[in-house]
Design a protein around this ligand. Structure first.
Ligand code: VGL
Ligand code: ZN
Length: 210
């Protein structure tokens, strides 16, 4: 296995051995949808800033023909997480709406596997594994290592990463490719720590030579 050099000053716990993508890797893009970007219904500050990072990773994985999977938050209009139903969130990512579409600058190649989540009106599901075919898709492509980026750090990225760690995947979170909702200041940093504690490696896209 090759190891990437970290840029000076970025070394920290778990940063010592960032694996490089190989054919047993998958790129997992979490919720790069309009509603989580500025102007969207549940906008994450700087959410659109992860799109260039995603595109660089996509280019790398496509060139090598390594698998790319995009999850999308895909709610029915009466989803229990919406305030009208007593939930915490404004309506967002309603199936088929403009807000539910992937960000227009995202260069998603043909062949990207799309996994839709949180489709049951009665159940919130932050993890991409919850009630979806994500684990089967990852088995199909024989992925062992997941490179994860997307929105939002403190909800769906975190839960997806924790579930992936629990399922035995090696997980690399690309820190420059995630942004959080920050319902409470510090939530994103705490989420990064929780993911690291669960065994995820925290890296920067530059660590991959991307
Ligand atoms: C998300 C809140 C509600 C997320 C989705 O993608 O992190 N957060 N729905
Ligand atoms: Zn949602």
């Amino acid at each position: 296995m090759k190891f990437a050099k970290s840029p000076a000053g970025t070394e920290s716990k778990n940063r010592s051995a960032i694996p490089q993508p190989d054919k047993k890797s998958a790129l997992l893009l979490v919720h790069l949808q309009n509603d989580f970007c500025p102007g969207g219904a549940l906008a994450v500050a700087g959410g659109d800033q992860v799109i260039p990072v995603a595109n660089a990773c996509i280019q790398f994985f496509s060139r090598e023909a390594f698998p790319i999977i995009a999850t999308r938050d895909w709610h029915p209009e009466n989803h229990c997480s919406f305030q009208a139903q007593g939930g915490p969130w404004p309506p967002h990512c309603v199936q088929g709406s403009r807000g539910s579409q992937f960000h227009p600058d995202l260069k998603m190649p043909p062949g990207t596997l799309i996994v839709s989540g949180a489709t049951n009106p009665k159940k919130e599901a932050y993890s991409g594994f919850d009630g979806t075919s994500l684990e089967d898709r990852l088995e199909d492509v024989e992925a062992k290592t997941l490179f994860v980026l997307g929105l939002a750090t403190d909800y769906c990225v975190k839960q997806t990463v924790l579930d992936a760690c629990q399922r035995g995947f090696r997980v690399v979170v690309l820190e420059d490719g995630v942004r959080g909702i920050e319902a409470q200041p510090g939530d994103s940093q705490k989420a990064i720590q929780d993911m690291q504690t669960a065994g995820a490696l925290i890296a920067h896209s530059a660590d991959l030579g991307i």
